[in-house]
Design a binder for this molecule. Structure first.
Ligand code: SAH
Ligand code: SF4
Length: 344
């Protein structure tokens, strides 16, 4: 099988060209064409015939195919992508002020089996490769250009779709390399966020290899028993250890770690939960995102009332931790956090 062009970061591409006796300057042209201009068709400008022939014979430019598009009344877009082996994954475009954040999947399903997550009920089918991650971004961008008057304005990338990104570390790292590359998409490091349930082997690599993007931790409860129930890998990788790894990750100026806190009615939404969370994160470079639970078919939990959510936020304020309530978007098409499930 041919190697995918979209699995290569800039350095890989230069190396391949060099090893095959071709001019490495084609790497900039190709990154400019496919990632800066986001053209999906083969590159035709300024490239020697010899290089074009080499590309055609040795590299594949195949991208995920759009299977279904759901457009929500709030302009959220959910794509169901079909991959080369028939697997399916979902990607969501979340609008804000005429621009979009893209929520990318990193695996088909997920092995972590969190009790509140629709994806978790699928189990893990396989890891995505880099081309399938970068491909979600490129195809969604081109869809926006064709279907929305504001065009392709994806300014933020979050790895909060299906899968545990740190369980597929190398692939996610390479996708970030491609998104960050100044020769290509040139997305700022403060605009990319990888969210983890607390998978320590991945956090260890992150702290050793200084992945230069933002990190979000799905915290959901500061109490061991409750967190064990929500995120079963907490039994293997306890929160205290997770937090101590996170503390070793070097931060840029003004950079925060985002702590996501899923609020579930009568489970983790009381004053005692808020206070313990405040004590745990007080003094850290922390930002809290409160996510009221999004129900899905068959889910056993419920979403708390707005008053409870507001009260939780006010308590955290006492601990001087900036806190936002993430408003739910796209839930009429099951595109909100935790509602992604592509089993069909
Ligand atoms: N696997 C990673 C990233 C994907 S999940 C992680 O767990 O962090 C992205 C976010 O959606 C996580 O914070 C997750 O806890 C949250 N989420 C999952 N199911 C949800 C649901 N039903 N309602 C609201 N948020 C949910
Ligand atoms: Fe996987 Fe994240 Fe869902 Fe847990 S919340 S099952 S880690 S995708």
């Amino acid at each position: 099988m041919k190697k995918s062009f979209y699995n290569l970061n800039f350095e890989d591409l230069e190396n391949i060209l060099r090893e095959n006796g071709l001019n490495t300057s084609a790497a900039s042209l190709l990154f400019n064409w496919h990632y800066k201009k986001k053209v999906i068709a083969p590159c035709t400008v300024d490239i020697s015939k010899k290089t074009l022939n080499f590309l055609e014979e040795n590299l594949s430019f195949e991208l995920p195919q759009i299977d279904i598009v759901h457009e929500s009344s709030d302009r959220t877009v959910k794509f169901l992508f079909k991959l080369h082996d028939g697997s399916k994954v979902e990607t969501v475009l979340i609008p804000f002020h005429g621009k979009y954040s893209i929520c990318l999947s990193s695996q088909v399903g997920c092995a972590m089996n969190c009790s509140f997550c629709f994806t978790g009920t699928q189990g893990l089918k396989r890891n995505l490769d880099t081309s399938e991650i970068v491909g979600q971004f490129l195809v969604a961008w081109n869809w926006l250009v064709q279907n929305r008057e504001e065009g392709g304005r994806i300014l933020n990338i979050v790895f909060m779709g299906q899968g545990e990104p740190l369980h597929n570390f190398d692939v996610v790292k390479k996708a970030c390399d491609i998104f960050l590359s100044k020769n290509g998409a040139s997305i700022g490091n403060q605009k990319i966020t990888v969210s983890t349930s607390g998978f320590i082997p991945g956090l260890k690599r992150w702290s050793e290899e200084s992945l230069d993007v933002n990190l979000a931790l799905s915290l959901h409860s500061p109490f061991t028993e409750k967190r064990n129930e929500l995120i079963p890998i907490n039994k293997k990788y306890p929160l205290e250890e997770v937090l101590s790894y996170i503390d070793t990750i070097p931060l840029r100026r003004k950079q925060f770690i985002t702590y996501e806190y899923l609020l579930i009615k009568d489970f983790n939404d009381q004053e005692i939960d808020a206070r313990k969370t405040g004590e745990l994160l007080k003094g850290k470079e922390a930002f809290i995102n409160l996510i009221p639970f999004n129900p899905f078919p068959g889910s056993e939990y419920q979403r708390p009332s707005e008053d409870i959510v507001e009260n939780f936020k006010l308590i955290l304020k006492e601990y001087m931790i900036p806190t936002l309530v993430r408003t739910t978007k796209g839930d009429d098409v099951l595109a909100a956090c935790g509602q992604l499930n592509s089993k069909s």
